[in-house]
Ligand binder design. Structure first.
Ligand code: CLF
Ligand code: SF4
Length: 306
């Protein structure tokens, strides 16, 4: 991953932010380079369904692919705590229990139920939740009460004209919404959710999928808007071309480097993302994954991806 020049304003922003979440970042593999190579994360694939449709998202259940949205099978929330115990036996360096899918973590109650159970048995682990943000504002208090300390919100645009090219529909209060209205609603919900989560003391990281020709000139605006809402860190990840966006080539390392530089004007940038599966288990920077030992279950034909 390419290194970039960092301006004075960005350096000052980095320092201020890192003072705010440094105590977590050192123990979290996705919030600091230091943590990435030393500490592990376990993903519990408890969330089967999603409430939006991203055009690049093809949900799947299998053990062969290594990318977000893929999990071998869905874990029942009441098995989460014992799965954490097993994972810690396989990889004692795990410091983070994360839930990142395979669907959206807030579209069903499973993730919060799982965190509430894990917290009782493993209170020392950082609880980390990743969401599309549609329901974040309304659930932020319950998320904080469940012991979650770090929240990742995937924000791929803050301009409805851009987001409507990325998200085809959302479902809110039982109503399917499409096109421009869906984009406007999602952006408003994400920014309100980030504001609420940050106001409760949660550390918010932004994940942004870099999609050439759609949001590649917009990354600085995403970082600025999410920072203004209270985000502390951003992770710009390259598109995996699939589904309705399979015709768009993945960004090359120059495009990725330019996008990260634009983001870094506003927020510290995390550069080590592994684009993990929703059932990943291990130290991301160490290149060894224990998911196949942990989740040796038959495949299920149901929803996937997150
Ligand atoms: Fe998981 Fe995400 Fe928490 Fe990390 S992953 S929910 S913040 S514990 Fe990390 Fe994996 Fe990249 Fe995610 S390397 S895909 S940024
Ligand atoms: Fe988008 Fe994630 Fe939902 Fe897939 S699971 S449609 S990537 S929010």
């Amino acid at each position: 991953m390419g290194g970039c020049g960092v301006g004075t304003a960005a350096v000052q922003a980095d320092r201020a932010e890192q003072e705010r979440y440094g105590h977590l970042a050192r123990r979290h593999p996705c919030f600091s380079a230091e943590g990435h190579f030393k500490h592990g994360r376990l993903h519990l694939p408890v969330s089967p369904a999603c409430n939006i449709q991203c055009k690049f998202c093809k949900r799947a259940f299998n053990k062969a692919e290594n990318r977000p949205g893929v999990a071998a099978s869905i874990l029942p929330p009441d098995k989460a705590a014992e799965t954490v115990t097993k994972a810690l036996a396989l990889c004692p360096d795990i410091t983070v229990a994360g839930i990142a899918g395979p669907g959206d973590t807030l579209a069903t109650p499973h993730a919060l139920e799982a965190f509430e159970l894990i917290r009782q048995e493993h209170p020392g682990l950082i609880h980390c939740l990743s969401t599309n943000g549609l329901l974040l504002e309304g659930l932020a208090e319950r998320i904080a009460a469940a012991g979650v300390q770090t929240v990742t919100v995937t924000v791929n645009g803050v301009d409805p004209g851009i987001v409507e090219q990325i998200v085809s529909a959302i479902v809110l209060d039982g109503r399917a919404i499409r096109g421009r209205e869906a984009a406007e609603t999602l952006i408003g919900a994400q920014l309100a959710g980030i504001r609420k989560a940050a106001s409760l003391g949660l550390v918010v990281k932004i994940n942004t999928v870099l999609i050439p020709g759609i949001n590649d000139s917009h990354i600085g605006e995403i970082a600025a808007a999410t920072r203004a809402a209270g985000a502390s860190l951003i992770n710009v990840i390259p598109l995996i071309p699939q589904h309705e966006l399979s015709h768009i080539p993945a960004p090359d390392c120059f495009q990725l480097s330019d996008a990260r530089r634009a983001a870094e004007e506003h927020l510290p940038v995390f550069r080590h993302c592994q684009q993990c599966r929703a059932d990943a288990c291990g130290i991301p920077g160490a290149g060894r994954d224990f998911a196949s030992q942990l989740y040796d279950q038959p495949l299920e034909e149901t929803f996937s991806h997150g």
